[in-house]
Design a protein around this ligand. Structure first.
Ligand code: AMP
Ligand code: TRP
Length: 342
């Protein structure tokens, strides 16, 4: 397949299932805004149907979806330039997901580490939706013929499966219909670690709130969490190589680099050799500078949920206009009888 056959189009999604944190911002949201600002077509989705693969209180889901939309906008996504919507408003996602449930193989799903992590010890009691999760994710992407998907490192395996589904569909039906999507996992912070444990990913499900910086934290909370972040007693090394065996130090340097739009080497040139008593205040100032305005803007936007709902409805209409003809053509390739005008 020639890549050039598909117009560049960027798609990504985030689950409305709790607090947005610094990992989501640096691994995903900030990079969503960069893609938008490069002028390609961008679609960003609140994947509520993925969220319900584990239990969600209805009132919490409703709040989290709107707050996520506010987080998208506060992070620089412009509803006029990017299509912002929630997944359950565009039925083509679930329709195409069913097709992909029939393309993907049980063995492919069984290998997914996120399923194993989330299902835990009692996999028999996990929802069927949690198992089929990656087929819905492939549908999210391929319903738009998206060519590029910015995500954090933890989504790599799911994106490989998306490619496998596209390849198998194209081969089975002898077509060049679905693009082989490129994951875009770039920058210094594709895997932001917990502030309490450099071996664990920063995550919304960590019981300790001190482990993460939430996008809803105010300036004091942000500064305090950085001040208390776990480190080792040594000063920063003078070059990046010296960070290899020092996960907590490396994490703070990576966060600094990503927030400052600098390379790790540039940060080491500025801060190499400094003790944490100097580096942490530098990082805290930078983080407050970049994150506190997002938090303020999110609470401002949340004061008018009618406006947020209007933005999402408008986004859904624009998303459907792209996805509906692609679904229709998929059905036609597969031999389903339907309207002829494609
Ligand atoms: P989720 O909230 O799990 O739906 O994740 C939304 C996006 O944030 C995905 O692109 C993830 O890869 C990314 N992400 C989540 N946690 C982290 C982290 N600790 N570091 C970097 N990216 C992350
Ligand atoms: N699985 C992703 C996560 O947990 C969320 C997601 C759903 C997604 N559909 C997507 C990401 C499509 C990128 C593209 O983070």
């Amino acid at each position: 397949m020639t890549e050039a056959a598909f117009t560049p189009r960027v798609f990504s999604g985030i689950q409305p299932s709790g607090n947005l944190h610094l990992g989501n911002y640096l691994g995903a949201l900030k990079r969503f805004a960069e893609a938008q600002n490069q002028g390609v077509q961008t679609l960003y989705c609140m994947v509520d149907l993925h969220a319900i693969t584990v239990w969600q209180e209805p009132a919490d889901l409703r709040h989290a979806t709107r707050e996520l939309a506010a987080g998208f906008i506060a992070s620089g996504l412009d509803p006029a330039r990017s299509i912002l919507f929630n997944q359950s408003q565009v039925a083509e996602h679930t329709q195409l997901a069913w097709v992909f449930n029939c393309v993907a193989r049980m063995g492919w799903m069984q290998r997914m580490t996120q399923f194993k992590d989330k299902a835990g010890k009692n996999a028999q009691n996990a929802s069927l939706g949690l198992f089929a999760y990656p087929a819905l994710m492939a549908a999210d992407i391929l319903a738009y013929h998206a060519t590029h998907v910015p995500v954090g490192e933890d989504q790599k395996q799911h994106l490989e499966l998306t490619r496998d589904i596209a390849i198998k569909f194209n081969n089975d039906f002898g077509v060049d219909f679905f693009p082989i999507t490129e994951p875009v996992i770039e920058g210094a912070a594709t895997r932001v670690m917990s502030l309490r444990d450099g071996a664990k990913k920063m995550s919304k499900s960590d019981p300790s709130d001190m482990s993460r910086i939430n996008l809803t934290d105010d300036a004091d909370a942000i500064a305090k969490k950085i001040r208390k972040a776990k480190t080792d007693p040594e000063p920063l090394p003078s070059e990046a190589k010296g960070l290899e065996e020092r996960p907590e130090a490396r994490n703070l340097v990576n966060i600094y680099a990503a927030l400052a739009d600098k390379s790790v080497d540039q940060v080491m040139a500025e801060a190499g050799g400094k003790p944490f008593s100097e580096f942490k205040p530098m990082l805290a100032d930078l983080a407050v500078d970049k994150i506190a305005p997002i938090s303020t803007e999110m609470s401002r936007l949340m004061q008018d949920v009618t406006e947020i709902d209007r933005i999402l409805a408008n986004g859904a209409d624009r998303a459907r206009a792209i996805a509906a003809p692609i679904l229709r053509q998929t059905y036609d390739i597969m031999g389903m009888v339907g309207p002829r005008e494609l």
